[in-house]
Ligand binder design. Structure first.
Ligand SMILES: Nc1ncnc2c1ncn2[C@@H]1O[C@H](COP(=O)(O)OP(=O)(O)OP(=O)(O)O)[C@@H](O)[C@H]1O
Length: 318
């Protein structure tokens, strides 16, 4: 069922040319009236979700209507649903997508330089777009991160405030805080680097605390080149293994962690990878924060397939 507002964009007799999909309960849950009126001023047809799954369905509907401009107001979970709907309809490459960050952490929007609602509308009015990569796990898309291992617990236990301050590192921190209670997950991670001649495959096998596969997310720069991860056709894979020697962990230790001082860390760029659970239990994983489980994850990336509105100064580095 399609739930829409009555206010349609004038002149849209053949269907709207721009649609806003709004999750009214994301984040603090008080944004919907203001977002709606700012979107209506700009000629958007506003469609508000009433339950999980609606944003994905609305994106499929918009694809069927050939709507060329889609905006999504919500957090990473709502963005993921919209991208999933576009992938269902095989129209990822046919639309321009704008994110209005009204979620709790909004990690994906922030990676595009869109820090708040005001800046999202400025970005929309400015019209600068970039084609970005989209990651896939067994055909399901993710724009920001796929986390496997203890991520199930880390996801549900990571406070929103910590996510806002630390971004994706909040999950790492929460995982480490949970360590006294959890064992690592025995995994085999097969990593492909490069696509054609010169490509190589590396295998990592061990007990992983967390496997973090990033598309748009950025790790703090630890002696690495400073370029975007979201337009290079590669995924950044970070594996934290074994138990650190300390029981409690604090934020100041993040750089030490990344330098491999506290717990063995493997960081590698991949054009594709698979993560296989070595026990009977399915591997818990999350796509942009949404929890799932599977015995084996086949992970790939489709290079520059999605046109996103981005903050203009940020666009140069994307
Ligand atoms: N009307 C609704 N009622 C209840 N749940 C909804 C509704 N619309 C969407 N949802 C669900 O809300 C969930 C959370 O949304 P989302 O991830 O966008 O926000 P958030 O968790 O506040 O932000 P972030 O992921 O950036 O921290 C999604 O899984 C989505 O499916």
């Amino acid at each position: 069922m399609n739930r829409r507002t009555d206010e349609r964009h004038p002149g849209s007799a053949d269907g709207p040319d721009r649609v806003l999909i709004c999750n009214p309960v994301s984040g603090s849950g008080d944004h919907a009236p203001a977002i709606r009126s700012r979107a209506l001023e700009r000629g958007f047809d506003v469609r508000e979700t009433e339950a999980a799954g609606d944003a994905r369905e609305f994106a499929r509907d918009a694809a069927a209507e050939d709507v060329p401009l889609l905006a999504v107001a919500g957090g990473d979970g709502t963005v993921n649903e919209v991208v999933s709907g576009l992938a269902d309809a095989d129209t990822l490459e046919a639309v321009d997508l704008a994110v209005i960050p009204t979620g709790t952490a909004n990690l994906f929007a922030r990676s595009l330089g869109v820090d708040d609602v005001d800046s999202a509308f400025e970005v929309l009015d400015g019209g600068v777009r970039r084609r970005i990569d989209v990651g896939f796990v067994d055909g399901r898309p993710f724009v920001n991160t796929c986390l496997a291992g203890l991520s199930a617990e880390a996801n549900t236990a990571t406070p929103g405030e910590l996510k806002r301050r630390l971004g994706v590192f909040a999950y790492v921190l929460t995982t480490l805080r949970l360590l006294p209670e959890y064992e690592g997950v025995p995994l085999r991670v097969t990593i492909e680097q490069g696509e054609s001649a010169g490509s190589s495959t590396e295998e990592w096998r061990g007990s992983a605390l967390l496997v973090l596969v990033g598309n748009a997310f950025r790790l703090p720069n630890v002696g690495r080149r400073d370029r975007s991860t979201v337009t290079d056709g590669l995924l950044e894979v970070t594996i934290l293994e074994e138990r650190p020697s300390i029981e409690s962990f604090n934020e100041g230790m993040i750089s030490k962690l990344l330098e491999g001082e506290l717990t063995p860390v493997t960081r590698i760029e991949a054009s594709a990878l698979s993560i296989e659970g070595l026990e009977d239990e399915p591997v818990a994983f999350s796509l942009d924060g949404e929890l799932l489980a599977a015995a084996t994850l086949e992970i790939g990336v489709r290079e520059r397939c999605l046109s996103m509105y981005v903050e203009s100064s940020n666009a140069l580095t994307l």
